[in-house]
Design a protein around this ligand. Structure first.
Ligand code: FAD
Ligand code: FO1
Length: 502
């Protein structure tokens, strides 16, 4: 037996267009049918998809197909549905599964690539599938979250020696590990690094080649109806949302559809309206799609950049959020193992928060009171209800919302735990590096600076009701959320009635 170093490195070089986007997690050892044989046994390529749930503009899929064609073997896509993924409910699971149903249809019908769906723990299902199909290469996408990294480490240990594993950052425009090899202090320290690399990375995607060798036909029927029904009834406590259609097609429509696409109709007001919670359409509305990988950030940036001549301010502001802030979140979660706890804050922030932990609070609320939106602050309650019933809180309110929890709980660690619990439970885009960093920014000053010291907050940036009143029509927002919640409840009651009648 000989190691396949040469084979692997020539495979990687072959996709030079991907410039360091691929990391080799494991190099398989070649196997031969006969002891004297000079031609190694080469099995199929499997792409384990988890974060980048799309067919178009997907570097991991492009790499998997490319490798399969070079090795003259078939390729398949595998997805593992966990019994429990960080407390996801009907809202998130329904959105994800409906999107995956489209991936399944599209990938099998147009590319003739089989899609396998497994249920259980990926550390069991993926290695056993690789063994069963005799795979020689596993391609995966990338997430900086600890759970995903732990699965990958375990899978790397469990797969047979003959399997190579390639990890592709299909989520970031500049691959996370290329953008920076260390924990960055803030946007100002990573911005230049990313911007300098954009000419190499913000490029058009190559056309996905059809695969040369087809997978042997087997019965791969997936009962999506039952799967979705089971997942959504199990997580019915947080129901699905009706305003945001799942899937790649809807994602593109949100980005650039003729009717109300962000770039087509709404971009021009982005720099002025994006901090006004009364104008949710002032934001792109792309975060659910980006979170589940139903659209590529690179596609969003490529299309936005085309409009820079017409709307330079709006495009620059959007690209700052989409590229710099988003990639900074991945940087934080990857290089800071304590990305969701007080331990992950910088020294100055920990010191100031601890120094003010015993300051007298005007109100202390329990997690249950907060969850029900039962505080003395009608603005905060409105934002909480917007998240609970609508599934997406306006970006500006998210900052105020998290900071107020710091004022009303007895320790910053408890604040973080409550904020993350609520955000992950109710937000359609929760369980995302942006969510953990958003909470850490608001509560622990991550990627921010120290401000004038004051009770409870110490040097953490402060926000209050009066400041919001100066910025936007607070009463208008409260009334808007009241209407939103009323309409959502009405629709829910009608759906319930319809299902009883039929
Ligand atoms: P747009 O303004 O149109 O932005 C486009 C994209 O840029 C977003 O989809 C997102 O990918 C990225 N982006 C925008 N703002 C930020 C930011 N501050 N940091 C990093 N990336 C950003 N974002 C999530 O995706 N999931 C979350 O769970 C989440 N939780 C948050 C919690 C708190 C407490 C805070 C303060 C922020 C949170 N954010 C989260 C970041 C931000 O508020 C949302 O990304 C944004 O509101 C999503 O709406 P949009 O796509 O319409 O925004
Ligand atoms: N990815 C999976 O591979 N399997 C799942 O069952 C799964 C569920 C899930 C539920 C909610 C959610 O927000 C994301 C979910 N993901 C799932 C996607 C995913 O792995 C994450 O978005 C990334 O790891 C985050 O970086």
């Amino acid at each position: 037996m000989a190691t396949s170093t040469t084979a692997v490195s020539s495979l990687i070089e072959s996709t030079s267009v991907q410039l360091g986007r691929i990391r080799v997690l494991k190099q398989g050892i070649q196997q031969f049918d006969e002891p004297q044989s000079s031609s190694p046994k080469v099995g199929p390529v499997v792409y384990w998809m988890f974060r980048d749930q799309r067919v178009r503009d997907n570097w991991a899929l492009i790499h998997a197909v490319d490798q399969a064609n070079r090795l003259n073997v078939p390729v398949a896509v595998a997805f593992n549905l966990f019994d429990q993924f960080l407390g996801a409910k009907a809202r998130q699971l329904g959105f994800m599964l409906r999107g995956l149903q489209q991936v399944h249809r599209e990938i099998e019908d147009t590319l003739q690539i089989p899609f396998f769906l497994f249920q259980g723990e990926a550390i069991d299902t993926i290695p056993s599938f690789l063994k069963e199909c005799g795979a020689s290469l596993l391609v995966t996408d990338f997430s900086p979250l600890r759970q995903v990294r732990a699965w990958k480490e375990e899978i790397t240990k469990r797969v047979l020696d003959c399997v190579s594993i390639h990890e592709v950052d299909a989520h970031n425009i500049v691959p996370m590990w290329v953008a920076s090899n260390k924990l960055e202090y803030g946007a100002r320290t990573i911005r230049g690094k990313i911007n300098n690399l954009l000419p190499d990375y913000l490029i058009e995607f190559p056309t996905l080649k059809t695969q040369i060798k087809n997978w042997d036909a087997t019965n791969r029927f997936i009962d999506w109806g039952t799967l979705i029904e089971n997942a959504t009834s199990k997580g019915a406590e947080v129901p699905e949302i009706g305003w945001c259609e799942p899937g790649e097609v809807a994602a593109r429509e949100t980005l650039m559809g003729n009717k109300n696409g962000f770039l087509t109709a709404r971009l021009k007001n982005y720099s002025t309206d994006r901090n006004n919670p009364l104008k949710p359409n002032g934001l792109s509305g792309l975060s659910p799609y980006l979170h589940f990988g139903q659209i590529s950030a690179q596609r969003c940036a490529l299309e936005a950049r085309k409009l820079r001549k017409v709307n330079p301010q709006a495009v620059d502001a959007f690209l700052e959020e989409l590229i710099v802030r988003r990639e900074l979140s991945d940087n934080f979660c990857y290089y800071q193992p304590h990305y969701d706890s007080l331990q992950g804050a910088w020294e100055w922030a920990r010191v100031t928060l601890v120094a003010h932990a015993l300051d007298k609070r005007e109100h202390i609320y329990t997690k249950e009171q907060l969850e029900k939106g039962q505080t003395a602050d009608p603005l905060w309650n409105a934002s909480q209800l917007e998240m609970v019933h609508h599934g997406k809180m306006h970006g500006f309110m998210r900052m105020y919302w998290a900071k107020k929890i710091l004022e009303w709980t007895s320790s910053p660690q408890e604040t973080l735990e409550i904020a993350i619990y609520l955000n992950d439970k109710y937000s359609i885009d929760g369980r995302d590096p942006n969510g953990y960093v958003g909470c850490m920014w608001s509560i622990c000053g991550v990627h921010d600076q120290g401000w004038k010291e004051r009770p409870v907050f110490g040097k953490i940036r402060y926000m209050n009701y009066a400041g919001c009143k100066r910025k936007f029509d607070v009463d208008g927002y409260i009334a808007y959320v009241k209407r939103l919640v009323g309409n959502t409840k009405k629709r829910k009651a009608e759906t319930l009635l319809d299902s009883k009648v039929s």
